[in-house]
Design a protein around this ligand. Structure first.
Ligand code: NAP
Length: 274
């Protein structure tokens, strides 16, 4: 069991979507909360809202988690301000949503910096204190796109496959070297945060667009119960089995379930970088 009350929880990407809801709920549950986000205004707004909901301090830091030097600098400030992190939620993420030949080199690099490399920088910053104290929890918010690729996701899916591999290797390392430090990987289908605005599902009963509140609550339960893996909805659990099929059958199932056309009307959130 990992309790959240009285713990120091650091959430990347806490200005928006799932990260913002995690910030609010962790504050309500009595945690001290730290946010790292590129969206400084959004992070400050989330911190102010969260501070009204719980007893612990809530701090917001402007930080591009894909930038190794920024993470190191912010980590030193975080440790000085609030001490070691008990629960690290690697949640910040970006999506480009374009076919490969329309993706700029900058988009591709950004996707890997934020969705993959950031996992290394934040975990290297905050894991040592967890190992030293023999307890802690690291959450990797990956995606069902870390289990199956689809059109318009060459950068996103590859970055999330890497995130899934990062978590798996880290989990096995920690079981041997620091068994008190737990991990959780989160592999949701699309979520209604706006990040994937325009995405469609062919079978909403089997593969619903998930509610951000429901995903947030599952993540919190997984932390509390040391659950190593969350796949949402349950259909996502069948993907590793589907991968045992010949490629033509896997691709046929992806067509049948509408996975290959889900991103056809993707617009995403309007941002200057998109
Ligand atoms: N939404 C989905 O359908 C879905 C499905 C599966 C998995 N996921 C994963 O779930 C996580 C959260 O997604 P969400 O839907 O809640 O996204 P969201 O609403 O867009 O929130 C992501 C937050 O991360 C911030 N961010 C982006 N780049 C950053 C950087 N370099 N450094 C620090 N913060 C950065 C964003 O700031 P800006 O707004 O300024 O970019 C935003 O505040 C992501 O890892 C995503 O890949 C999402």
């Amino acid at each position: 069991m990992t309790t959240i009350n009285n713990k120091h929880v650091l959430i990347t990407g806490g200005a928006s979507g799932i990260g913002r809801l995690l910030v609010l709920r962790c504050a309500e549950m009595g945690a001290a909360v730290t946010i790292l986000d590129v969206d400084e205004a959004g992070a400050r707004a989330a911190a102010a809202e969260a501070a009204d909901r719980g007893p612990g301090p809530v701090r917001a830091f402007a930080c591009d988690v894909g930038d190794r030097e920024q993470v190191a600098a912010r980590a030193a400030e975080v440790l000085a301000a609030q001490g070691p992190v008990d629960i690290l939620v690697n949640n910040a993420g970006v999506v480009s949503g374009k076919p490969l030949l329309e993706l700029s080199d900058e988009h591709i690099e950004r996707t890997f910096r934020v969705n993959t490399l950031a996992l290394y920088w934040t975990t290297k910053a905050f894991l040592p204190a967890m190992v030293a104290r023999g307890s802690g929890h690291i959450v990797t918010v990956a995606s069902a796109a870390g289990l199956i690729g689809s059109p318009r996701e060459t950068d996103y899916a590859a970055s999330k496959f890497a995130a899934v591999g990062f978590n798996e290797a880290l989990r096995m390392e920690l079981k041997r070297s620091a068994p008190g430090v737990k991990t959780t990987v989160v592999r949701p289908f699309y979520v209604d945060t706006g990040m994937f605005a325009g995405v469609k599902t062919r079978f909403p009963l089997l593969l619903p667009i998930l509610k951000e509140g429901a995903v947030t609550e599952r993540i919190l339960r997984a932390i509390q119960h040391d659950t190593p893996q969350i796949d949402m909805p349950w259909m996502v659990r069948t993907l590793p089995l589907m991968r045992m099929l010949p490629v033509w059958a896997l691709d046929g199932l992806a067509d049948f379930f509408g996975i290959t056309v889900a991103m056809d009307e993707f617009t995403g959130r309007e941002t200057p970088a998109s």
